[in-house]
Design a protein around this ligand. Structure first.
Ligand code: ATP
Ligand code: MG
Length: 202
């Protein structure tokens, strides 16, 4: 038989648990929950989807910041437009791994530098949305540590949305995100010999 005191204790614990659940629910419903999205897979559409959400947020007058890991030295229509709009865009400018002049060590150094700038965005209360384009490769190539990255994501302001793109997203990133989309390739024009087109590929 439970004593009155332990019954009361159990009741209070249940009540507390219920209140916690209601609070969590209202956090979700009122948009106070952190939003993290991962766009991964081998098909075309990850980066363009990420930028699509940046433009969507800008259309609502929100502040955005973009970091392009690994690439960022080629022509880019989305970067041109964001720069015209005064949106900060940071690029690594290290070139592609399959092109001449590529240096893995330089890429590591640049990844670490760019990560420090990314941390500043993640700490900035005035930024509503951060896009980390092609960030998955910095983990796959062991330039940056996934746990350290997630700790920084978790410490950011709750209202700040975060979009991560790139192939082969690390399991921990997929687990951390609330939304994960995998873009599959059914076929791609470039594989059929078509060349990259302005406005479609870059
Ligand atoms: P996009 O920038 O067009 O949204 P993405 O971010 O999904 O593409 P990435 O994996 O970053 O694609 O690849 C970069 C480039 O490779 C893009 O120009 C894209 O068109 C091209 N690409 C994407 N998927 C394929 C594929 N399956 N075969 C050949 N080229 C591809
Ligand atoms: Mg991409």
């Amino acid at each position: 038989m439970l004593s009155e005191k332990s019954k009361l204790k159990a009741q209070t614990a249940r009540h507390k648990e219920m209140k916690k659940k209601v609070h969590q629910k209202s956090d979700l419903a009122t948009n106070n929950a952190r939003r993290t999205l991962v766009l991964t897979g081998n098909g075309k559409g990850k980066t363009s989807s990420g930028f699509g959400m940046v433009f969507r947020a800008l259309g609502h007058g929100q502040q955005c910041a973009v970091v392009q890991f690994l690439k960022g030295d080629g022509e880019s229509g989305e970067r041109n437009l964001l720069q015209q709009l005064g949106v900060p865009v940071i690029t690594m400018n290290t070139g592609c791994s399959f092109k001449e002049g590529y240096c893995a060590e330089f890429e590591r150094v640049r990844a670490k530098e760019v990560w420090q700038q990314t941390r500043e965005f993640l700490q900035d209360e005035s930024i509503d949305l951060v896009l980390l384009d092609e960030v998955t490769y910095t983990i796959a190539r062991k330039h940056l540590d996934v746990d350290e990255m997630i700790a920084a994501f978790e410490a950011r302001p709750a209202h700040q949305s975060l979009i991560l793109t790139g192939r082969a997203a690390h399991r921990k990133l997929r687990e951390y995100a609330d939304t994960v989309s995998r873009v599959d390739s059914v076929k791609h024009g470039l594989q059929q010999g078509l060349s990259a087109r302005k406005g479609i590929e870059y």
